[in-house]
Structure formats: C-alpha cells, structure tokens
Design a protein around this ligand. Structure first.
Ligand SMILES: C[S@@+](CC[C@H](N)C(=O)[O-])C[C@H]1O[C@@H](n2cnc3c(N)ncnc32)[C@H](O)[C@@H]1O
Ligand code: SF4
Length: 385
C-alpha cells in the first residue's frame, strides 16, 4: 500500500459547520444562521497549529485531511490560510495527500478549482445515494444529478477523488443496491467509501426508528447487502482495504491509513481528535466541540484542547488492535506484543482461525476474513480480552 508506515504523520482539521443537519448524522456539525467569521476561525486554526507544533516539534506531514461538518463551505482563501499555517510549522512532504470533504451541491463545486490552487489535491464527496427519493429521506440538499455533476467537476479539477454512499437504507433490497453500486463504480475513479446506515443515538432517525416509522434492513438483509458490496466492488477492481473503504490497489486514502495503522496525527479545530507521540509516550487529545467556545479557548490560551490523556501500554495496544483489524492487511502481532508487553492469546487465535473469522498469513500478519468482518466487534473483543 505504498508509504513507509513508520514515517506517516497526518494533520486532521475539522470545519464544524453545515447548511443543515442531516437526520442520521451525529458528527460535530452545527448550523449557524448568521455569517461565519472565516478569517477569525482561520487565525484560530493557525494558532492551534502553532501551539501543537511548539509542543511536539518538527514533523514531516504526509497527509492533511480537511473534514467536517462541511469544509466545502469554506472560501478557498480560508483553506489556503490553514494549509499555509501547517506548512509554516512543519515540513509538508512533496507527495503529501491533501484531502477536503465536500458536499456535492452546484455552489460548492464552483470552489473546487480554488481549493486546488490553494493546495488541495484530493476531494471526498458525500454523494450518499444515486436516487432523489433516497436523498430526500436522508435529508440531503442536493439531487442525484447535481451530485453527479459535482463528481464530474471533481474529476476535471483533481487527479484523485472519492465519494461516499450510504447503504442499508430503508426499503433497499440487495438487487437495488447492486444496480446502484455498479452505476457508482462507473463514476468512481479509484476510491469509494460505502457506509452501512447506522442509527445513531440522539439523531432524528433514532427517534423515528424507535417509533417504528423508519424501517432499516434486519440482520440477514444487512448481511446480504454487505456481501453484495464486497463481491461487486472486488469484481470491478475496487476491493475493500478497510471495512467500509474500497480502492484500486495503490489508491487507498493515505490519511485514513494513518488512523488505522495506529500512526501519529494532530487534530486541529473544534471537536478534533489527535494522537501525539511526545517523549515516547502517546497522548490521546480532544478539543472543545462547540465552535465558538473552541475559538474563545484558542484565543485565550493558544489551543482548544480539553482532553489530554497519556495512554498506558494496555490502552495503546487495544487501540492498535481495534483500528488495525479494520484493515484487510490486518496487523503485525509482533507490534501488538511490543506495545502491550505480552502476546495475543494463542488459544484464542487458534479458535477464531478454526471458526474462519481470522487468518494468520505466511508472514505472520493476522487479519480478519470476509466471514469475520460482519462480526468484527466481537472478534476484536475476543482477541483483546
Ligand atoms: C461527516 S460526513 C462529512 C461529509 C459531508 N458533510 C457530507 O455529508 O457530504 C462523512 C460521511 O459519513 C457518513 N455518515 C455520516 N453519518 C452516518 C450514519 N449515521 N450512517 C452511515 N454513514 C454515515 C456519510 O456518508 C458522510 O458522507
Ligand atoms: S452528513 Fe455531512 S452535511 Fe449532513 S450534517 Fe453530517 S456533516 Fe453535515
């Protein structure tokens, strides 16, 4: 999968605003009716970047991800100011991946060339569905045609782009999903993120679901939808490299690999998470979620950090397992042993192998199998116990 895993360092920047809140979403996203003072936010981002760099020292940045919320609501000049601040404090490698998450409306697509001029080299579009009825159910502000037009603009402006779809939607059958997925792959170049609809607590979908007004596929239907996803994507050259992410070999999202491989990343902006290595200790960092409170903290103290925990060896090893087993490439059990100070239980490994949920490759790597992925949480819990 390219890139020297030991060298990776990512910077995640969170833009916390959206035009409206989608009823399924529990990300840190906020709707504001007054204009957002982007210049003031850009200064706060630059300050938090400076404070993080002062704390950890020099790094070679191999990936930057502007996520949200809806980063495509930012003016290109704001994106440029954030990228300049990163480049001022750290060395950004010449082949760094710089991704921006975009909503596929016609207005936002007009900014794509500006983002490219500012230094973005990859966009990830939240297409979600290819039919207007589903988009309406999902509370999206764009039509399917508008989304496909935005994909075409992304294709002309960037060498690399990806888009997201949500499946296991109300009323969706495997045959419907297969047809949609085949169309989607026809529009995708190298990368697709395919998420099963999750009913998140405290969202409008949660209340509707509980009241019986929103029916999602049951376990066996979800399994059939998942199996269709795997087989169609593999057949058409976009195999899963992570439980929800598919790419042509070599086109994986470098930034997301940083998380799943347990590497180091800084989290900048409201509600961002980071994992920083300082003096041989790993710190789990999180910032204030409310945008205005985050900004005031940064203006007063230089950072919006509210959680700053040292991870002990057990916590670090568990996190490594939890993240790494999401990947098709799996984990190196020797790294687990180095982090935990003990090896994984051989009898549990043998049992899970016999059940067909995991496999150990000739080079010693341990990975979850096709049959194991639908029950990944249980597999991880079993191995970590
Ligand atoms: C945080 S969103 C940001 C992207 C952008 N704001 C958008 O909506 O297009 C990232 C992706 O998470 C996925 N997502 C968010 N909530 C989800 C849920 N409850 N179930 C499944 N996927 C979800 C969507 O596919 C979305 O594109
Ligand atoms: S799915 Fe995207 S656009 Fe919708 S509320 Fe969440 S972050 Fe905002």
């Amino acid at each position: 999968m390219g890139a020297d895993p030991d060298k990776a360092f990512g910077v995640y920047v969170h833009w916390p605003f959206c035009l409206s809140k989608c009823p399924y979403c529990d990300f840190n996203s906020h709707v504001r009716h007054a204009a957002i003072d982007e210049a003031r936010f850009a200064r706060a981002f630059a300050r938090e970047i400076a404070a993080t760099a002062a704390r950890i020292g020099p790094r070679d940045v191999s990936s930057i991800f502007l996520g949200g919320g809806t980063p495509s609501l930012m003016q290109p000049s704001t994106v440029g100011a954030i990228l300049d601040a990163i480049g001022k404090h750290w060395r950004v490698t010449p082949d760094a991946e710089v991704s921006l998450e975009a909503n596929p409306t016609s207005v936002e697509a007009t900014r794509f060339r500006g983002y490219r001029a500012a230094g973005v080299n990859r966009v990830s579009l939240g297409v979600q569905a290819l039919d207007d009825a589903s988009l309406k159910t999902l509370g999206r502000l764009h039509t399917a045609q508008e989304a496909m037009d935005a994909v075409a603009i992304a294709r002309s402006a960037f060498d690399r782009y990806s888009f997201d779809l949500i499946y296991a939607r109300p009323g969706q059958t495997p045959a419907m999903w297969e047809a949609e997925l085949r169309r989607a792959i026809g529009e995708a170049a190298e990368h697709l993120s395919l998420y099963q609809l999750t009913i998140e607590a405290e969202t409008p979908f949660f209340a509707l679901h509980r009241a019986g007004k929103l029916q999602t596929p049951d376990e066996s239907a979800s399994r059939a939808l998942y199996d269709v996803t795997q087989s169609v994507c593999a057949e058409l050259g976009l195999p899963a490299y992570e439980i929800s992410n598919h790419a042509r070999p070599g086109a994986e999202c470098k930034h997301n690999l940083v998380y799943w491989r347990g590497q180091e990343y800084a989290g900048i902006g409201p509600g961002a998470h980071g994992r920083l290595d300082i003096g041989g200790t790993r710190y789990a960092i999180a910032t204030e979620k409310r945008p205005e409170s985050w900004m005031m903290r940064v203006e007063a103290t230089g950072t919006g950090v509210i959680t700053d925990d040292r991870l002990n060896s057990e916590e670090r090893a568990d996190e490594f397992l939890l993240m790494g087993l999401r990947l098709a490439e799996g984990i190196d059990p020797r790294r687990y042993q180095a982090l935990a100070g003990r090896s994984l239980d051989p009898s549990r490994i043998a049992l899970l192998c016999a059940e067909g949920a995991i496999a150990v490759d000739a080079d010693g790597r341990l990975r979850v199998t096709q049959a194991g992925f639908p029950v990944l949480d249980a597999v991880v819990a079993d191995l970590a116990a």
